[in-house]
Design a protein around this ligand. Structure first.
Ligand code: HEC
Ligand SMILES: [Cu+2]
Length: 356
């Protein structure tokens, strides 16, 4: 069972490793390969505007250089009045740009409407942005951090929320970008036409670990997708009691932006630090004074569910509460994971040999 849990995590990571290296085809100088149904249209508008800009840039600069040279002062003392007015030229340089911006507005609006009109049969995924992870919740209860699994060839609607500050979902290969706004629900949709792994970025500066707030989008064949999502919804219940600490390794993805498994101090303490003080009592900052608490299951549970109650000295008060975010069994798994950390990973954060 140990082997299965770590094996499946390793297999998942391996799946993610060859990050889109397979499809260099379709890449252009400015854009990565587009793999969604709307990508071609977005690219078309992008390149339309691009070529118009390039054309006028070259034209204007060339004429400027030409005129500067042609009408330069050749003899000292010569002076000629310039023309004050030329109706045909002025009408031309008004009408042509006007027509161009009308065309750009039209194609832009059409593309925008396509991107906000979600097809009725779309598969819905709830996206929760939280410093600094992405959580994806499927309607069957499957929840995964930083890995978004979707079926190929079917419209997918992302219903996006933020638990803290502004974040923004950006999947370059699908040509979609949508802000995650606290206290408001936003949405975006796409239909991925090619199976593979694509990158999702947070594209709104959201704090120190913003740059690591990325996720993978795994586009799977529909049957494979159904199978994996069903397995994901039930996986924690299938882990036997004595192996629960191993399961914590998979859940750790939600903590990894602030807690390390190799002893490094990130935003929060390394889980090795917490593990090493198991059973001892530690002083915490609470309100205006300090409290002393023994590091045990209850302490870890409180740290995860009510992190603002007391704070480990020298660390910021920035851990979000996971109240309602974790199933009871997932919470148990994380607690067991921290307590028995030495049985799961070594001091450099690698799975302990023999369990993989
Ligand atoms: C946004 C950053 C952030 C995330 C994400 C985060 N934590 Fe924390 N965590 C902190 C900080 C900062 C502290 C220290 C301050 C405090 O005590 O709240 C902390 C403290 C803790 C402590 C107490 C550590 C000790 O040595 O006493 C535990 C246990 C803990 N976190 C567990 C978790 C778990 C489990 C997760 C994932 C489910 C998680 N944290 C996700 C920032 C984070
Ligand atoms: Cu962010």
């Amino acid at each position: 069972m140990t082997a299965t849990i770590l094996g499946s995590t390793a297999a998942m990571l391996a799946q993610l490793a060859p990050f889109r290296s397979d499809d260099a085809a379709g890449r252009t100088f400015w854009l990565p390969p587009g793999v969604s149904s709307e990508a071609a249209q977005v690219d078309w508008v992008f390149y339309l505007i691009y070529w118009i800009c390039l054309f006028f840039f070259v034209l204007v600069v060339a004429l400027m250089v030409l005129f500067a040279w042609k009408y330069r002062r050749t003899r000292a003392g010569t002076w000629a009045p310039g023309p004050t007015h030329n109706t045909p030229i002025e009408v031309t340089w008004t009408i042509i740009p006007l027509l161009l911006v009308i065309v750009i507005f039209y194609v832009g609006l059409k593309g925008y409407v396509n991107l906000i009109e979600v097809p009725a049969n779309a598969y819905e995924v709830n996206v929760v942005a939280r410093k600094w992870t992405w959580e994806f919740r499927h309607r069957n209860g499957a929840t995964e951090a930083n890995v978004l699994k979707v079926p190929r060839g079917q419209p997918v609607r992302l219903t996006i929320q933020s638990d803290d500050v502004l974040h923004s979902v950006f999947i370059p290969a699908f040509r979609i970008k949508q802000d995650a706004v606290p206290n408001r629900t936003t949405y975006a949709w796409f239909q991925a036409d090619r199976a593979g792994t694509y990158q999702l970025f947070c594209t709104e500066y959201c704090g120190t670990q913003h740059s690591s707030m990325t996720a993978m989008v795994l586009v799977l064949e529909p049957e494979e997708f159904e199978r994996q999502i069903a397995a994901d919804a039930a996986w924690i219940d299938q882990v036997p009691e004595e192996q629960l600490h191993m399961a914590g390794f998979r859940l750790f993805a939600r903590c990894a932006s602030c807690h390390s498994l190799d002893g490094r101090r990130l935003t929060g303490p390394s889980f090795w630090e917490t593990h090493d003080k198991w059973g001892t009592s530690q002083t915490l900052e609470a309100g205006t004074g300090t409290v002393s608490r023994v590091v045990d299951e209850n302490y870890i549970r409180d740290s995860i569910l009510i992190p603002q109650q007391d704070i480990v000295p020298t660390y910021p008060r920035s851990m979000p509460s996971f109240q309602g975010q974790l199933k009871a069994r997932e919470l148990d798994a994380l607690i067991a994971f921290i307590r028995r950390l030495d049985e799961v990973v070594d001091r450099s954060g690698k799975p302990v040999s023999g369990v993989n």
